[in-house]
Structure formats: C-alpha cells, structure tokens
Write a protein that binds this ligand. Structure first.
Ligand SMILES: Cc1cc2nc3c(=O)[nH]c(=O)nc-3n(C[C@H](O)[C@H](O)[C@H](O)COP(=O)(O)O)c2cc1C
Length: 361
C-alpha cells in the first residue's frame, strides 16, 4: 500500500492511508509471532538502572493504549513504551472527514502525521500495563503528556496523578512527552518556556523526589530544538532529578526537509503539510537527531552527570548503521518508528533479528 500512496491524488491518498493505517494497527497488535527472538547477550545495555537486551525499541505513539507488548517483546525489542496518554480520553484530530490523518512518503523513508494524541487516558492504560507479564530485558515504559488545551495548573495536577497511576501500575520508566506538534501547548517558542519550567518543577517535587522505588523519568523534546538551547535543557532536567532526555520527536520544519523528500512524494508532502501541518518522521530527522544527541551528551558531560543522565536517540533510525553512528557519539539507547515499519515491511517479525545480523561486532 505504501508504494502506491504517492501515485494517488493527495487528498485520496491521505483518506485511504489514514483509514488503512488504523485497520492495520489493530491487526498488528494481536499478531504475536510464533517464534520468539532473544537478542544475543552482548547486545544488552544497562542504563537508568534497567537492563535493555537491545539498544533499540519502538518509539512512543505506536501503541497508544498499551497494546502489543507481547508482539514486540517476542520480536526481540529492547523495551516497550505505551502512549502517549493524557488525563482525559482524547478522540484525536479529525478534519474533512479524515480521522487521525497520516501518510507515508514511501520513496523518502519518511512520513507525516497529524493524529493529535488520541488515547484512552492514563487510568485505562495504566490498568492494562499492570496486567502485563514482563519479559526479561524488555522493560515497560509509559509516555505521558499534560492534557492539551487545559488550564496549566489543572493540567499539571492531572499529569502528576497520571504519573502516579503508572508508578502504581509497576511500569519500569516514564517518558514525559513535551513535543507533540499536533496539539495545543506543545510548541514551545523557547525550549524551556515558563509553563514548561513550572511543570518540570512540580514533577520534580511531587514525583521525582518522592519516588519510593526505582522509576526513571525522561523527557522527550523535539528534534527541532535549537542546538544553542539544548545545553540549558539538559542542565535544567539534570538539576531537577530527571533521568534523561529523548531527542526527539517529529519535526515541523517543512521547508527545510523538503529537499530530502523524493520528487515522487513531493505532491503528497506539499499537500499534507499545507492542509494539516503535522509532524514529519523518518529519514529527514536522521542527522538532526544525531546532532541533538551529540550536543546533549557534551552538555551532560559538562555538568558532570555521566551515566546518571541518559541521552536517548529517536529520529530517522533505520537499522544497524544508525545504531553504530549513535554508539560512536556515546548514545546507548535508540527508538524507531518509521524505520521499524519499513523493516517490518521487508522482513516481518524478524525486524530485531535482522538489525542484529547486520551489526558489526
Ligand atoms: C503516527 C505517529 C504517531 C506518533 N505519536 C506519538 C506519540 O503519541 N507520542 C510521542 O512521543 N511521539 C509520537 N510520535 C513520534 C515518534 O515517537 C518519533 O519521535 C518520531 O516519529 C521520530 O522517529 P522516527 O524518525 O523513527 O519515526 C508519533 C509518530 C508517528 C509517525
């Protein structure tokens, strides 16, 4: 389906792919592979007090309601993350009759989405995660966000309640998503605006300093975060007791990424970004995520945080070569979304086995 999408009139392509994607996601979530893959022991990474048996796992937004842990853990993923969830049930974005607009740019290893964080809310997903049987080396994470569009004081209180629900559900780590371009309130003009700093302070005092068990919390920023501001972000997170940063989320730099989009995908790209806006994922983010992580690691080292502050790369990861590029700058953990589905299209459930087979030891 991905290959033909760019040949269709753009409006029809968005309509068809968005519906097809939702149907596929439902089937995918229950398609547990019969054969279970366990990555070789030398792939394992110990970070944030957890063991990840692979330095790679599926990025947030794939399993919004806590589905498919048994699918990706059987494939060999290094961890799992549910969400992003919010404090109230969200229907997500619908425009011109298209629910959760998304398209792939098949010739460009990229995609756009304007889904708007549809989810069943913290409580429902935390309850679901509480029932999962853990596979060793595949920790369970939850991605959370403040409820978009709500008064900031109420939103942070509800966010903190949600984080506590996940803590009680026994999750192994939490990602705070501060960087979804498809909802109000996430597009910070400055990397650290006053609202965000207040939110971080409250989470630090009401969640981080009151942890009665080991529960790392990392914050996900956009890959569009300016390189000049990143050291300040790392410093602010570290001094408040956060355990790391994920760099990062989708991009809204449409004009800057346009040259990387294959000419066969350009009509669809121009249509989607003009009609919906949305966030760009995949290959166009590869160099930005590497650059952001390099700066974050230098900043971490400058504030003496060492391994106590993790820098996790997400954006444009497509396989073994990207993991090697990450490792070369000191990044130990990676997440993928577009690259995962492209690999799944090629090798099916053997996605993680395939990455491992291409790694140079
Ligand atoms: C359809 C779609 C939905 C997403 N939803 C979320 C989300 O709910 N929370 C989040 O933190 N990131 C979300 N993302 C962003 C991805 O987690 C990831 O940061 C981004 O796609 C860059 O990684 P990639 O280049 O490997 O795709 C979403 C991405 C896509 C394509």
């Amino acid at each position: 389906m991905r290959g033909v999408v760019s040949a269709l009139p753009p409006a029809l392509a968005v309509r068809l792919f968005s519906a097809g994607r939702t149907a596929f996601a439902k089937r995918f979530a229950v398609d547990v592979p019969r054969e279970r893959y366990v990555p070789p022991a030398q792939m394992a990474v110990t970070a944030m007090g957890l063991t990840f048996r692979m330095p790679l796992w599926n990025a947030a937004g794939m399993f919004k309601n806590g589905e498919a842990y048994d699918v990706v853990s059987a494939q060999g993923a290094g961890a799992y993350v549910a969400g992003t969830t919010t404090s109230r049930v969200r229907a997500g974005n619908i425009r011109d009759g298209v629910t959760w607009p998304a398209v792939p740019y098949a010739h460009s290893h990229a995609s756009s989405n304007w889904m708007g964080l549809p989810n069943a809310a913290h409580r429902a997903v935390a309850s679901r995660l509480a029932t999962l049987e853990r596979i060793p080396g595949c920790p369970i994470g939850a991605s959370v966000s403040a409820e978009p569009g709500l008064d900031a004081a109420i939103a942070v209180t509800e966010l903190i309640d949600g984080m506590k629900m996940y803590a009680d559900a026994g999750v192994d780590y939490i990602e705070l998503n501060e960087s979804c371009p498809n909802v109000p309130g996430h597009a910070h003009r400055e990397a650290l605006d006053a609202d965000l700093l207040r939110r971080l302070d409250m989470i630090a005092s009401q969640v981080l300093s009151r942890r009665d068990r080991h529960l790392p919390v990392v914050v996900k920023f956009s890959n569009d975060t300016s390189i000049e501001q990143l050291p300040g972000v790392v410093h602010a997170l570290h001094e408040r007791g956060f355990n790391g940063i994920i760099a990062g989320n989708t991009s809204t730099r449409y004009a800057e990424h346009a040259p990387i989009i294959d000419r066969r995908d350009r009509a669809l790209y121009d249509y989607f970004t003009a009609t919906y806006g949305g966030g760009i994922s995949g290959a166009p983010l590869r160099s930005d995520s590497l650059a952001c992580c390099g700066v974050a690691i230098a900043a971490r080292d400058a504030c003496g945080a060492g391994d106590a502050f993790e820098v996790i790369r997400c954006g444009g990861i497509a396989g073994a070569e990207d993991l090697a590029a990450s490792a070369a700058i000191g990044v130990r953990l990676n997440q993928w979304y577009v690259g995962y589905f492209e690999a799944f299209g090629r090798v099916g459930h053997r996605v993680y086995r395939d990455v491992v087979s291409r790694m140079r030891s």
